[in-house]
Design a protein around this ligand. Sequence first.
Ligand SMILES: [Cu+2]
Length: 258
Amino acid sequence: MISVGLTPNARRALSRLAIATSLLLGALFLAACAASGAGGRPVAVTQLDDGCAPTVIEAIPGEKLDLRVKNETGKTYEIEGIDGTNLQEVLVPEGRERSVGFNVPDSGGTFNVKCYVPGGVSTIIEIRAGEGSAAATDDSGRNDGDASLGPSDTTVSVGLREWAIDPDTSSVAAGAIRFDAINESTTLVHEVAVIQIQEDGDLEVLGEIENLDTGESGSIVLDLTPGDYQLACLIVPGEAGSFADHYQQGMWTEFTVE
Ligand SMILES: [Cu+2]
């Protein structure tokens, strides 16, 4: 027993510390499980050259799912919740598998997940849980921008409309770059993804200002290293009420970090 020779006060402090530490470890463990899907019902999701399968996953309200996302292509794939679905964005490198957790809300509904190659093929997977699950979505997605923005070295203003992305500069010095985006459209939801072009030509999304409603603005700060980038809107048919693939329509532009 390590408390031999300690005063009662010191013993109490030590035991409080031990309790606090175990609570913290427990919380970290739970957080890790939620992200990885450990302990959830395994559901195989396969990323193929022409999209992802399956496109519908039946679930039970309150159920925990462990999406085993396997990329069988030669390109980097991503998977993320959209339209308010609380499923973290995960990058799946070529040939790899990732475990992605999703806690189906107790209220049930249909939860949309986008499975895509940035700028390329995309599939919307519907997780359907419970009665009347066709319509229920909510707008409480991440992306409310300004909440946790740190300091930045440079600010880039970005205008969005059909079908263009218009930054006020196409090149910045490396550092903490703040993007302030405004959706100038009067009809469509848009977003901005900051995408780094990898050595093998694959596109990797580093951060997004998602689901900007008409007239709405949002911000993000990202630490960017020198290289070639794109700014792009990655909204696909079936997402945010859109019938178009915004990237294919031309909503991307080259961006350089020196
Ligand atoms: Cu768009």
